[in-house]
Ligand binder design. Structure first.
Ligand SMILES: C[S@@+](CC[C@H](N)C(=O)[O-])C[C@H]1O[C@@H](n2cnc3c(N)ncnc32)[C@H](O)[C@@H]1O
Length: 229
């Protein structure tokens, strides 16, 4: 993973852990990091965003994930890159840092809409917004005044709906980066047979969107910066 100043982070990804996305470097370059900031990578996976925050000047970074193996992998990656001030805790959403406040929180939680029965480790509920509802409601209590939430949001749940959820709480929201990710429908059907038809039907009904060009489809992915008022 590349940093804006040309340095590179080496990230090892253990089996079963989500690898950093191809656009992770571009998104991490958009974080506003002030020297001494305290940051939280919530749903850290292999820890790419948390490592980038530490390398860009955050003095303390918490990596958390529901999966203890992901936390271990993320903390190892921080060590591999000689980054200091990084710690890890396993647990769901905000539980690992009850009562603690941060200058910024980065999150890319599960958000693919999926029909019932719902597996909330991989998917974001029937509309993809399950985790974002909770994040919008609880994140302000974990941010210092003027603190920032960086949320990676795909067009499956629809970044505009996530922005509306955040704005209904105490956030001012801007889209600070956006990419289009190429995919083929089979990618989703390999996750769960029939999943693509479900996503396609939702998109046709105006819930979420993607575009098709030939054999390929394209999904928008936004990085939202939500500043607590
Ligand atoms: C799409 S991956 C993103 C990983 C990493 N942030 C990245 O961008 O590469 C979502 C991560 O959220 C974690 N996760 C799922 N449910 C969670 C929960 N309830 N609380 C915290 N993390 C969760 C998963 O284990 C997974 O590592």
């Amino acid at each position: 993973m590349a940093l804006p100043d040309g340095r590179r982070l080496s990230l090892r990804v253990s089996e079963g852990i989500h690898p950093p996305d191809p656009y992770a470097s571009a998104f991490a370059a958009c974080f506003r990091v002030r020297p001494g900031d305290r940051a939280w990578d919530l749903g850290c996976g292999a820890g790419g965003y948390g490592c980038a925050a530490a390398a860009l000047g955050a003095s303390r970074v918490l990596m958390s994930d529901l999966d203890p193996a992901a936390v271990e992998c993320a903390v190892e990656n921080a060590g591999l890159n000689g980054l200091e001030g990084v710690s890890g805790r396993a647990g769901s959403l905000f539980a690992p840092a009850r009562g603690e406040r941060f200058d910024f929180i980065m999150t890319s939680v599960p958000q693919i809409p999926a029909p019932a029965p719902l597996n909330l480790i991989r998917y974001g509920g029937s509309d993809g917004l399950h985790f974002f509802r909770r994040i919008a409601a609880v994140a302000p209590a974990h941010l210092r005044p003027g603190g920032r939430l960086y949320a990676l949001v795909t067009d499956w749940p629809d970044a505009r709906r996530v922005a509306a959820l955040l704005e209904a709480q105490r956030f001012r929201v801007r889209t600070i980066a956006r990419v289009e990710r190429p995919f083929q429908p089979v990618e989703y059907d390999r996750m769960s047979p029939g999943l693509f038809d479900y996503l396609d039907a939702r998109a046709r009904a105006g819930h979420g969107k993607y575009r098709r060009r030939g054999a390929w489809c394209y999904l928008g992915v936004s990085l939202l910066e939500a500043t607590v008022r």
